[in-house]
Write a new protein. Structure first.
Lengths: 525, 460
């Protein structure tokens, strides 16, 4: 028999699934709960009677009424209308959409993880405390830092914690510094996290290598400088070669250095933020350490600190006295908390399992192949022409690379957005587009180490084919996607006050077709 | 190690060699040449890798040192609560198309999670009777922090009022969010007998510089806050934003924040189909009323729209509030959120419907009252401590027994029961602990607790 025809187009599943409200009908119920027995009711009377009359709900909530079978089928059908790493390549730049090992999932759903309470007596949770303790030590080893807190829920929550630590450090030292230096290429969260922690943001331009402009840094660094926030490699996928000098300049001016770990997947076992000169760093376990992104979360954003900053970490840390593990609240200048309890524990367990499985040699290979894959794919796409590499002087890239489709837009009227949508038609998730904003018509591509050469070749071939289409029949690309669950979505209409509809019962949107162009502005982080 | 790794297809020596050849380089090291020699390391100080089976053995071995709710009745709440997670919910969140996707930046390829999150927002709006809900924040404490900052942005005022005996972790988190924004957090007194907020003290404190007033119903210590509506009126008369915290489960029978005058409703959504997981991940519920507040709301929001062919579709809405567009002017820095927990909540609420939720509330209230009653029958035990109606949690005071709190806690543990959380942070409550009873605690568990407690107190 012949193998399946590879040229046959991909088709995403399409169910035209109604909203759960539209399959509701009165009297249906999807789940039975245990009811109190007669003795209990005799003892306490009508349970509803204990709600003060002022607080009794007059009408039951208008939730849908659906049977169990219908609920299951509804959500399974919805799931089939979603791209995921388990079904296709997902080269979303800066998001590190790598394969999420299945055994990590099953270990995190053990009752010893999911059915334990954060306020349990420490003697009954020694197992989970050991895992968290060991993970925090792994994170120190990986980052070259002294101590780590696993508390932050995600990268941005870690950034906020780190910025608060810098704020508190300066306060304790009695230094009123209020400026945070952030390069133009940074993730959007850096700017917001710094502002939320009370800093003024000073933006640093890039030089013609795509790296921080050293002259600009020297003139920006001053006695008002609280610190600098840097991703390295940066969002162009370029390693900041002057990183040691950058940290030195900031330190000399009395500021601190914050490392955004979103791009750590490029440098595991090669170099560490602590050795570069950073004082505080967060990691994104859902990126580098392979925990699934869950449609947007949960992630985990542990924060690690140098010797000088460790006494500012959020509490509690996990301690070990040689015999027992415990929650350690004795952190002298702790910033307190950035969320409840100890972090996204089930995510932390998955990352712990992943690190154990790969070990030191495996993590080294993660970064090596991530960088190899990225350079291989970049070269394959560039050799087909059309797409161009900004900052070409910096030749190779690390785990990700940014191309510009400006030439294709100028010559054929096909934008980065159009290219992204056309990729969906071939069963490939789009790259991050229009980011970083310093690159026009940006396509930010991160294949990760978990894509095979065959998939990389297929991706390169898809980019080449789209270029051919842009030349021959640009309307085909502009009209894409045609194989995704739905045609191009009008994103402007979703936010326009006249047509906005943000819940089932809110004002219905006018039915008229909208001709406005979709908002092309997307980003990742 | 030679011969490739299971998660890294191109780690096989043959494939690697062919890719290097294509790139015209001899070694992968050449790709790392931008890293200065001075900071290069040889290897990480980590253990050697292991097989899947070995990792499984190791982790399962460590986890045996935990005692879970499956092995021992645990009467803890206070920010994380044991509730049953129906099998259908587990099936839905395990679906790898949901699990292994990310933020739906490409709506055409992500209609599944977009529609599910739109449904989540709609279900939260129905449950709370609020106009707009976002599609998740990290948890309740961070939602409280975000609410205070939002109240400041809207009112340009700088004080935020919280009641005494609030969740200490939420208050600590609030402090982290509030301080850099120049928000001062002040406490409103409570009546020590009934637990209710002191309305006179509140009136005194709602001055013209108060941005927001927070109240939680049921309160952290489990009792209903009877005067929510009156509190809201005082807040609004003073020009402050009224923030109401909820237990979403209770809204099956309790008047929703939207009907009590809330401007912002927040809550911990973990009980809606998410396991406790040692305190995370959680689900920060955040909803508001009015377009003015909507534009200041933190977090992602999903909207209904149409395709270019006029068909119904979903995508992210109002992104101009968010960090990736607005940078330092954004309403919040949140990017990765708790979408999968929101998906669980959507499946959970769809299964329960209004009737399922009502029955669940009935069971919870009957069982927790039954528990309080049985405990209160023991000499010297005051349960509940406050003279008020309670939902699923209640404070129990042991001062009359003459037995120290710690001895009671240890005594119960020795009998295979985990009692409530000692309330040491509120010394004015004496030797008290916060007990929680849900549908996960059987009547037998409750009876065992009361029997064991009586024995511990009698010194047996």
């Amino acid at each position: 028999m012949k193998p399946p025809d590879a040229s046959r187009a991909f088709r995403q599943c399409r169910w035209a699934e109604p909203l759960i409200y539209e399959i509701s009908s009165d009297g249906k119920i999807g789940h039975m709960v245990p009811m109190p027995d007669d003795e209990e009711l005799r003892a306490v009377g009508d349970p509803m009677g204990c709600i003060p009359s002022k607080l009794r709900r007059e009408d039951p909530p208008k939730l849908p009424q659906v049977s169990e079978v219908e609920v299951l089928r509804h959500f399974i059908r919805l799931s089939q209308q979603n791209f995921g790493v388990d079904t296709m390549p997902y080269p979303l730049g800066s998001c590190t959409m790598k394969y999420n090992p299945k055994f990590c999932e099953s270990l995190a759903s053990e009752d010893g993880v999911r059915m334990i309470h954060p306020l349990q007596d420490e003697s009954l949770v020694q197992g989970i405390l050991q895992i968290l303790y060991e993970l925090s030590k792994f994170i120190c080893a990986i980052t070259g830092m002294r101590e780590a807190s696993l508390q932050p829920s995600a990268g941005a929550n870690g950034e906020f914690a780190g910025a608060l630590m810098i704020r508190k450090y300066l306060k304790v030292k009695g230094e009123p510094r209020d400026e945070m230096l952030i390069p133009e290429s940074a993730h959007g969260t850096n700017f917001t996290s710094a502002a939320m922690a009370g800093f003024k943001v000073v933006r640093l331009p890039l030089d013609d290598r795509g790296c921080i402009d050293m002259e600009a840094l020297k003139s920006a660094a001053c006695k008002r400088t609280a610190g600098i926030m840097i991703t390295n490699p940066n969002t162009l996928g370029i390693f900041e070669r002057d990183i040691v000098e950058i940290c030195r300049i900031v330190h000399e001016n009395g500021g601190l250095c914050y490392y955004d770990g979103a791009n750590l997947n490029a440098i595991l076992s090669k170099c560490r933020p602590g050795d570069m000169g950073f004082d505080v760093a967060h990691l994104n376990l859902h990126k580098t350490f392979a925990t699934p992104h869950g449609g947007g979360g949960p992630g985990a954003g542990p924060i690690a600190a140098s010797e000088e900053l460790r006494e500012f970490l959020p509490v509690p840390l996990i301690g070990f006295d040689g015999e027992r593990y415990h929650l350690d609240y004795g952190v002298k200048y702790s910033i307190g908390r950035v969320r409840g309890f100890y972090g996204n524990v089930s995510v932390l367990v998955k990352a712990y399992a992943y690190i154990l499985a790969l070990g030191r040699e495996g993590l080294k290979e993660v970064s090596e192949i991530a960088v190899l894959n990225s350079n291989y794919l970049m070269r394959r796409i560039l050799e087909g022409g059309g797409y161009e590499l900004p900052y070409p002087g910096s030749g190779t890239r690390m785990h990700e690379f940014v191309l510009t489709a400006k030439g294709i837009l100028d010559s054929h009227g096909v934008s980065a957005l159009d290219i992204a949508k056309r990729l969906l038609d071939q069963g490939i998730h789009a790259p991050t587009i229009y980011f970083p904003p310093i690159v026009k018509e940006a396509l930010m591509i991160e294949p990760t180490e978990t894509e095979s050469k065959a998939e990389l070749d297929r991706m390169a071939e898809a980019f080449r084919r789209i270029l051919e289409e842009a030349k021959a029949s640009p309307e085909l690309v502009r009209g894409s996607p045609v194989n995704a669950a739905v045609a191009r979505v009008d994103e402007v209409k979703a936010s326009h006050p006249m047509s906005m509809r943000l819940s089932w019962r809110s004002r219905a949107a006018p039915e008229a077709k909208s001709n406005s162009a979709a908002d092309p502005r997307h980003s990742a982080g | 190690m030679d011969g490739g790794r299971p998660f890294i297809p191109n780690s096989s020596p043959e494939v690697k060699a062919s890719m290097l050849k294509y790139l015209g380089i001899d070694s992968i090291e050449e790709l790392f040449r931008d890293i200065p020699e001075g900071i290069r390391i040889k290897e990480l100080d980590l253990p050697k890798g292991m097989s899947e089976l070995e990792v499984r053995g190791r982790i399962k071995g460590i986890l045996k040192k935990n005692v879970s709710m499956e092995e021992m009745p645990i009467f803890l709440g206070g920010g994380a609560w044991f509730h049953y997670v129906p099998a259908v919910v587990e099936e839905v969140v395990r679906r790898s198309e949901f699990l292994t996707s990310y933020t739906p930046y490409q709506p055409e390829a992500s209609q599944g999670i977009l529609q599910a999150l739109f449904e989540y927002q709609s279900l939260i709006c129905d449950l709370t009777e609020m106009e707009f809900a976002n599609c998740s924040l990290y948890d309740f404490p961070s939602a409280l922090g975000e609410a205070a900052r939002m109240a400041k942005r809207v009112t340009k005022r700088s004080k935020f009022l919280v009641p005494k005996f609030s969740n200490p972790q939420a208050i600590d988190t609030l402090a982290s969010y509030a301080e850099p924004a120049g928000i001062e957090v002040l406490q409103v007194e409570r009546d020590l007998g009934t637990g209710q907020i002191d309305l006179e003290d509140l009136k005194d404190k709602v001055a013209e510089d108060v941005a927001g007033v927070f109240v939680e119903n049921p309160a952290y210590l489990g009792f209903f806050e009877e005067e929510v509506e009156a509190i809201g009126e005082i807040a609004k008369d003073g020009g402050a934003i009224f923030v109401v915290g909820v237990d979403p489960i209770s809204l099956g029978v309790v008047k929703p924040p939207g009907a009590l005058g809330a401007d912002i409703a927040i809550g911990e959504g973990q009980p809606l189909g998410n396991h406790v997981n040692f305190g995370g991940p959680n689900l920060g519920i955040f909803a508001c009323n009015g377009l003015g507040l909507l534009r200041q709301m933190p977090g992602r929001i999903i909207g209904m729209t149409s395709t270019k062919d006029g068909e119904r579709a979903f995508c992210m809405a109002l992104q101009a509030r968010e960090q990736h567009i607005r940078r330092e002017g954004a309403t919040s820095n949140i990017c990765t959120n708790e979408a999968l927990c929101a998906l669980a909540a959507a499946a959970y609420l769809s299964l329960m419907g209004p009737e399922g939720l009502r029955r669940l509330c009935e069971t919870i209230m009957a069982r927790s009252r039954y528990c309080a009653k049985r405990l209160g029958e023991i000499d010297g035990v005051k349960a509940p401590l406050f003279e008020a109606s309670h939902f699923k949690e209640f404070a129990v005071n042991f001062d009359g027994t003459g037995v120290p709190l710690d001895a009671i806690h240890r005594g119960l543990l020795a009998k295979g029961i985990h009692g409530g959380r000692p309330l040491r942070e509120f010394p004015e409550l004496g030797g008290s602990a916060l007990y929680c009873v849900t549908e996960m605690h059987s009547k037998g568990d409750v009876e065992r607790l009361s029997r064991s407690l009586a024995e511990v107190i009698k010194g047996r």
